[in-house]
Write a new protein. Structure first.
Length: 138
């Protein structure tokens, strides 16, 4: 399942060339990931209450088309599960006309907030926290 959220580009997010500053894509991606978790039925309080917090270990962005002031962008969020302590999140940033503006691939984990180490099976923990695990591809 691929989750998506629409975001309006705001003038203060632009760089001197008049398009969205590269750092803002990270903010858009982060917003989409939190909205995805909310759609799965997971809140910040749920995470902290269970003793874990999500961490970003790596993000790679590939830019294709510019986003400008007044554009709307649809940001997707698709979790990919494997073995070990990490998982991948693939995100696309599409303009209202459907053109792909950017792609972001991230690697994340769940941090044990007391031990300050990644937990061994993040997929199982996400599944146990989510009221609608299918939103997370579980």
């Amino acid at each position: 399942m691929t989750f998506s959220v629409r975001i309006a580009v705001r003038a203060y997010e632009l760089d001197t060339q008049g398009h969205v500053n590269n750092a803002v894509y990270h903010q858009y991606g982060d917003h989409a990931r939190w909205e995805c978790l909310r759609a799965a039925g997971i809140s910040v309080d749920d995470l902290v209450g269970s003793g874990v917090g999500p961490v970003t270990l790596e993000n790679t962005i590939r830019f294709h088309r510019e986003l400008r002031d007044g554009d709307e962008v649809e940001v997707t969020c698709a979790f990919e599960w494997g073995e070990g302590r990490t998982f991948r999140i693939r995100q696309e940033f599409r303009r209202a006309d459907g053109e792909l503006a950017a792609e972001m691939t991230g690697v994340g984990g769940l941090l044990d907030l007391q031990a300050r180490r990644l937990i061994d099976d993040p997929e199982a923990r996400w599944r146990s926290l989510a009221r609608t695990p299918a939103v997370l591809g579980l």
